[in-house]
Design a protein around this ligand. Structure first.
Ligand code: PHE
Length: 490
């Protein structure tokens, strides 16, 4: 019997449904998901049959464009070492606790975000709604950037390194109409095809090979970049904090980035948690996910920031979202064997982006299959078409519609703002309030310990979820509303 995560419903035998079955956990069932004995259902929407499978899928979701494209540009924009300090603090402490919280909510309820929050406490049903809308907005713009990666991978694979390395080449590409649309479509088709197929065939295998290779390769590239003249200045900017610069804004940016990077507050970890076995240690998994994801970001920072300084000087760090695409090709082009290295780099980055993209899509697809009679492949392709249409204004906003401004931002900037500054903090706030004050941290701690192991971070978890989280996130929500209405600019 197969137990693939994304597979079409498979029949489960009674024997497997009994507690303690070794090859398969009690399934996430559609009839009475909270009844974890599963006796009422003979259907499973798929499970992880190994703990490592779960961690791999979660890491695959976490590591993506957020680490390689977004982290370096956030670090460059929000004060280098100062940002790094705030980021490590928030991602490693608060991020890890929220990972535990979300995965546990999924496992306890056996349901995706839409139902999970409502099941735990009716007053928090809105959190589930927002947790569903968030990936539905992120996926389209994520795909636009995923399309850029696919295009760069193709260009390097077909010997176009010289052209890609020219100054202005990136802006010239993104401002076109048809080419970015084509690449965006290709990215979405890749995600949908993998989702429709099932995880064992696609995603797990990609993760198992691509992730470690990608990390090792980025390390190699970072070491190479550090030998180039001028790299030291970039490293100093990336690492050295200036505590005078530490402001509310640094913490806001760090929180936004850690949520995005750890795939938090977007329903993904709740959905994945709902497929997790009861005897798996959630605490260990959360620590592994956070550690892996943060290492990937750090390595990307050591690669991209010095590379930008080498190619474009310290002022080059002000380029924002184009940082990675505008400068790395030039670094590759200048290095011996760079065309091949660039081809491999962008291809692996594409794999990382696809495994994150499918996790975003999964949340929406799973809700569609729950609520309609569509099969998984039908749902996947329907969501793909919808996302493609939603992504069109985003890509046109880089060119033909670049004059369109929404609250002072371009269309991509607006979708980014809406998700990581408004919706994700709201979902985060809802989650910590639900746990800290609604059902109480005890219930989560007990559910974590249902695996038979002690939850060692329980004390820290309680303090962070009950006190620090609500303060930090309500601050963020209030600030973002003030920003949205133009009362303040940060
Ligand atoms: N964590 C992913 C990345 O860093 C993006 C993502 C955000 C995925 C939210 C799922 C949910 O690329």
């Amino acid at each position: 019997m197969t137990t693939d995560l994304y597979q079409a419903p498979a029949k489960l035998s009674r024997k497997n449904l009994k507690q303690g079955a070794t090859s398969v956990d009690v399934p996430r069932n559609t009839i009475n998901p909270i009844d974890r004995t599963g006796q009422k259902s003979t259907e499973s929407r798929g499970l992880f049959n190994s703990k490592i499978g779960f961690v791999l899928a979660a890491v695959g979701s976490a590591v993506g464009l957020g680490n390689v494209w977004r982290f370096p540009y956030f670090a460059a924009t929000y004060g280098g070492g100062t940002f790094l300090f705030a980021y490590l603090l928030i991602a490693l402490l608060f991020g890890t606790c929220l990972l535990v919280a979300e995965i546990t909510i999924g496992r306890m309820t056996g349901a995706g975000p839409l139902q999970a929050f409502r099941k735990l406490d009716k007053r928090f049903a809105w959190v589930g709604m927002l947790a569903l809308i968030t990936p539905a907005i992120i996926f389209p713009f994520y795909s636009v950037i995923g399309g850029w990666v696919a295009r760069y991978s193709f260009v390097f694979l077909t010997g176009g390194a010289a052209g890609a390395a020219e100054t202005g080449a990136f802006a010239a590409f993104t401002s076109q109409t048809w080419s970015p649309i084509l690449w965006l479509g290709i990215f979405i088709v890749m995600c949908a095809a993998l989702l429709a197929q099932g995880i064992r065939k696609g995603v797990e295998r990609i993760n198992l090979v691509a992730m470690p290779v990608f990390i090792v390769m980025m390390m190699g590239l970072a070491i190479y970049t550090l030998t180039l003249p001028g790299a030291g200045e970039g490293v100093r900017h990336f690492l050295l904090p200036n505590f005078n610069e530490l402001s509310l804004n640094t913490f806001i940016a760090a929180t936004r980035q850690s949520f995005f990077s750890l795939s938090l507050a977007g329903g993904v970890m709740v959905a994945y948690g709902s497929y997790l076995k009861k005897d798996a240690s959630i605490e260990k998994a959360a620590v592994q996910i956070a550690a892996f994801d943060t290492s990937a970001s750090l390595i990307a920072g050591f690669l991209v920031i010095p590379a930008v300084v080498v190619v474009a000087g310290i002022d080059g760090l002000g380029q924002g979202a184009g940082l990675l695409f505008a400068t790395l090709p030039a670094v590759f082009y200048a290095m011996p064997g760079g065309a091949v290295v660039g081809a491999i780099f962008f291809t692996l980055m594409l794999a990382a982006a696809v495994t994150s993209g499918i996790s975003l899509m999964e949340v929406v697809v799973t809700t569609v299959t729950d609520r309609t009679r569509l099969s998984r492949p039908q749902a996947a392709w329907t969501v793909a078409v919808g996302s493609f249409l939603a992504a069109l204004p985003v890509t046109l906003g880089m060119g033909m519609w670049s004059h369109v401004r929404l609250g002072g931002r371009d269309i991509l900037g607006m979708m980014n703002f809406l998700t990581d500054t408004v919706f994700m903090p709201l979902v985060g706030l809802g989650t910590v309030l639900l746990i800290g004050w609604g059902i109480g941290p005890k219930r989560i701690i007990e559910a974590v310990e249902a695996s038979g192991r002690k939850f060692r971070l329980a004390g820290l978890f309680t303090v962070l979820i009950k006190w620090v989280g609500p303060l930090l996130l309500s601050g963020l929500v209030v600030t973002s509303f003030l920003m949205a209405f133009g009362v303040i600019t940060l």
